[in-house]
Design a protein around this ligand. Structure first.
Ligand code: 9D3
Length: 242
C-alpha cells in the first residue's frame, strides 16, 4: 500500500512513523508512506495556503489551488482514495480501517484552520473521516491515528505472537484482565484459575471476564451482538453482575 499525506505540519506526523509497528511494516515493504508539506504547492510568492472566507466570519480557509495541484501531482494513476480528515466525516471504526487496509493508494488530506474550500471536497475528496466527537486543532493527529490503525492490520505488521493471540471470540468484546508475575503483589492475588494450567478453564474464565467487562464498561457494544444462550446466561448470573 502507498500512503501520501498532505499536511501543513508534517513534523507532527513524521517522527511517529519511525517507531514500533509502523516502522516495521514500512521496513518489510508492506507500506510506503510519504508526508508532504502542502505549502510546497503554494502558487503565489508569499507561499500562502489559506485565505479569508467569502461572506465573512472568523478563521481562515485552505485555498483550492495548492490542494488541486498537490493531488494532481500525487494521484498519478487517478485511482487513489482521496481521504479528507474532518470533524464532519464518517466515524472511524475498525471495520472501516480493515476495508481501507485493502486499498493500494490512499492520499490523506489534513485540514487546518476553519476548513477547506468546498470545491476541493466536491471535486477531489472521495472519503471523509472523523476520528471522534471532540475538537482537534488540525487533521495531522487524526491522520496519524488512521495510519497507525491501518498499519497494524497489514500482513506482517504484527509478530506471530501478537496476531495469533487474537482468537475469534475476542473480536467484538473488550479484553479480559491480564496478570503477570508475581503471583501475589502486596497481598493482591492472581486469580487461581490462571495458575492452574487448565487451558479449558482459563479460556472459559477469560470469556466470562470479557463479557462482564464489556457489559460493565461498554454495554453499547453488546447491543449489536447476537449473544449465545450461554453468554446471556453468564451475564444474567447474579455473581457475574458486579
Ligand atoms: C466551528 C466548527 N469547527 C468544527 C467542530 C471547525 C473546526 C474545528 C477543528 C474544523 C476543523 C478542526 C480541526 N479538526 C480536524 O481537522 C479533524 C478532526 C477533529 O477535530 N475531530 C475528530 N476528527 C477529526 S479529523 C480532522
Amino acid at each position: 500500500m502507498k500512503l501520501d499525506v498532505l499536511a501543513l505540519f508534517p513534523e507532527i506526523i513524521i517522527p511517529a512513523l519511525q517507531t514500533g509497528i509502523l516502522k516495521r511494516i514500512q521496513d518489510i515493504g508492506g507500506l510506503t508512506i510519504n508526508v508532504y508539506n502542502l505549502r510546497d504547492w503554494a502558487t503565489d510568492r508569499h507561499k500562502s495556503v489559506d485565505d479569508y472566507p467569502y461572506g465573512g466570519g472568523a478563521g481562515m480557509i485552505l485555498k483550492p489551488e495548492p490542494l488541486f495541484a498537490a493531488v494532481k501531482t500525487l494521484n498519478t494513476t487517478s485511482d487513489a482514495n482521496v481521504v479528507f480528515l474532518t470533524p464532519q466525516g464518517s466515524p472511524l471504526t475498525q471495520s472501516l480501517v480493515e476495508a481501507m487496509s485493502l486499498e493500494t493508494h490512499i492520499i490523506l488530506i489534513c485540514g487546518r484552520y476553519k476548513g477547506i474550500d468546498e470545491r476541493v471536497r466536491q471535486q477531489i475528496v472521495t472519503t471523509e473521516i472523523s476520528i471522534g466527537d471532540y475538537v482537534l486543532s488540525g487533521g495531522e493527529i487524526a491522520a496519524l491515528v488512521l495510519i497507525d490503525a491501518i498499519g497494524r492490520v497489514l500482513p506482517g505488521a504484527l509478530g506471530d505472537f501478537e496476531s495469533a493471540h487474537e482468537d475469534s471470540f475476542s473480536q467484538d468484546l473488550l479484553d479480559h484482565p491480564h496478570y503477570t508475575r508475581p503471583a501475589v503483589y502486596e497481598g493482591m492475588e492472581v486469580p487461581q484459575v490462571l495458575l492452574s494450567g487448565h487451558h479449558e478453564n482459563i479460556k472459559k474464565w477469560r470469556q466470562v471476564e470479557a463479557l462482564k467487562r464489556t457489559a460493565q464498561c461498554r454495554p453499547d457494544l453488546l447491543q449489536n451482538l447476537e449473544l449465545s444462550d450461554e453468554e446471556l446466561n453468564i451475564l444474567n448470573t447474579p455473581k457475574n453482575g458486579s
